[in-house]
Design a protein around this ligand. Structure first.
Ligand SMILES: [Zn+2]
Length: 366
């Protein structure tokens, strides 16, 4: 059977992908933000709304961070149906990009709506998205670390009071500077005892590698989100590489754009490259899809065109993402066989393999 040649751009869009680090409200489209503001009569000009979106920040001259965007959006989402709408749109955008599976964070303590009401709206929308598009989405309620550890415990107790098979684990996010993960040990311990999986944003924003160590050794998380500063400790880097602890990594992370505003420097020095060279278990993810002006296809494109990974490296990262996800083993085994096969077939149809500068090229295998 003759197959149609495909471009690299089509390739990035079509091979099967899992996104394990996706903040639900980071996936709110600009038009949806404006429509929610109109629905609840919140004063918001298009100019002001665009200030939350990286794609438009040059045009507005105002730069608001991802955390500010999420905080604002939680205030705009005043009914459970708003969550269902956003989840549906997230599924549509991801599906158009070849994403088959998402584990998405949302912050129950940031809304006045009840945990049960939002979870019901989201899980119904997940069923609908699966029926219509075949995309699978699962939920990770996430601790807002800018709030108290007691609120985190209350969140986990709500999860336990209203269990749902689509709610797989607990995460933590928001500003880490004065809120290291150990402050939230109690919420994590309760969740772990109930069989929930654990993940945590640690050592984001250039913060000390100790936060990753605490997450892994003390809290006993199954995964780390970000964790880039680990490369400042070569011994721990080696140990965690050998243990294969999964790290979700985000090419569109704001901190390193600010640290190296010059593009080539950013490409060369981004810790994602050093983590890969050390043999760590890394999984590229989008974090805040629309807010950061990225997509899952773009995320993998950056890995090749900016960071110098070859296509065999991408295949390894897809395998990593399946192995690190929290679906049942039999599902993961099936995905491993099917997705790798699909990746290989699409690759043979490529018009041309990417050209990577020899001094940048990384062949990442584990
Ligand atoms: Zn994140």
């Amino acid at each position: 059977m003759k197959s149609t040649p495909i471009t690299l751009s089509e390739f990035y869009h079509r091979f099967p992908k899992a996104d394990l680090h996706y903040h639900l409200l980071g996936g709110v489209r600009l038009a949806t933000m404006l429509s929610l503001a109109e629905k609840y009569q919140v004063e918001l000009t298009e100019h002001d709304a665009k200030a939350y979106y990286r794609a438009h920040q040059q045009e507005t001259g105002i730069v608001k961070g991802g955390i500010e965007a999420l905080t604002f959006l939680y205030q705009l989402m005043q009914e459970p149906c708003d969550y269902a709408r956003v989840l549906r749109e997230v599924a549509e955008d991801a599906h158009a990009c070849g994403v088959k599976y998402i584990e998405t964070f949302w912050n129950p303590s940031d809304t006045e709506l009840s945990y049960l009401a939002v979870t019901t709206a989201l899980t119904d929308a997940i069923d609908e998205a699966y029926q219509q598009m075949g995309i699978i989405i699962r939920l990770i309620p996430s601790i807002n670390r800018e709030k108290s550890p007691e609120e985190a415990v209350a969140m986990v107790n709500e999860m336990i009071a209203h269990p749902h098979p689509y709610v797989l684990g607990v995460g933590i996010d928001y500003k880490e500077h004065n809120a290291p993960v150990e402050n939230f040990w109690k919420a994590y311990r309760i969740a772990k005892k109930q069989g929930y999986k654990l993940t945590a944003h640690c050592s984001e924003f250039g913060l000390h590698w100790r936060n990753v160590e605490t997450g892994i050794e003390l809290i006993e998380v199954d995964r780390i989100d970000h964790g880039y500063s680990i490369i400042d400790n070569p011994l721990l880097t080696k140990e965690y590489a050998e243990k294969g602890i999964p790290f979700t990594v985000i090419p569109s992370n704001t901190f390193f754009f600010k640290q190296w505003p010059e593009h080539q420097q950013w490409c060369e020095h981004h810790p994602i490259r050093a983590m890969a060279k050390a043999g760590m278990n890394i999984i590229p993810c989008t974090d805040d899809w629309h807010i950061h002006n990225t997509t899952s296809a773009n995320c993998y494109r950056v890995m090749v065109e900016d960071f110098g990974f070859d296509l065999g490296s991408l295949k390894q990262m897809i395998i990593n993402s399946i192995e690190a996800c929290w679906m049942p083993t039999e599902v993961k085994m099936q995905w491993l066989a099917e997705w790798v096969d699909e990746f290989d077939t699409l690759r043979t149809n490529l018009v041309a393999e990417p050209v990577i500068a020899p001094e940048m090229k990384i062949c990442y295998r584990r």
